[in-house]
Design a protein around this ligand. Sequence first.
Ligand code: SF4
Ligand code: SF4
Length: 205
Amino acid sequence: MFGEGILKGLAETARNFLGSYVSKNRLTTVQYPEERLPQIEAYRNFPFLVYDGEDWQQGLRCVSCFICEKECPPKCIFIEKSTDKKPDAVGKPQFYPKAFNIDVSVCMSCQICVEVCPFDAIKMDTYYELSSTNRFSGLLWDKKHLAKSNEHYHKIHPTEAAAVDAQLAAERAKTAAKAKAAAETKSAATATAPTTPPVPTATEK
Ligand code: SF4
Ligand code: SF4
């Protein structure tokens, strides 16, 4: 029927308007910023760099492998790799990003950087209040701005963060078991190796 859609829309508006006097569920307007809708776990917008432990500089998981920079479709990630190695959160010497910047004004929130990172070092945040008075430097975030703790990751994406932690723990256990087995094989080989006979001196010949 001609105009049926308009009538249905008006009926829905009337239902919400009258219903808002008796039911809070019908109050569809949120008085932002005093009121905010609770975020759902699946919500994602811009990336952040995960760090473990207390020290964000030491704990950054990123090892400057450049994969995310290469794969980012609009090329808004800029990385400068360190020339030296520093101990990471578990004391293993690693390269680290001397500089890691993301131009958030260009980022299209595609999450490809997250998908390709082999170290679970970059994840999607839920922070959305990004307005700045400077659209250039104000939206070019450096590594200090991007660094957020693993606790923050657990707070915003608890299911995903728990799965990542379990996977990282399993990988570390596997690496430790491999290293232990290699050390045991080496010490067993040393114990069973024949001892070299003493070289005769010139007077014994
Ligand atoms: S979310 Fe997409 S566009 Fe944004 S930094 Fe990652 S790869 Fe680049
Ligand atoms: S965030 Fe991940 S993919 Fe990007 S440089 Fe760091 S370790 Fe490599």
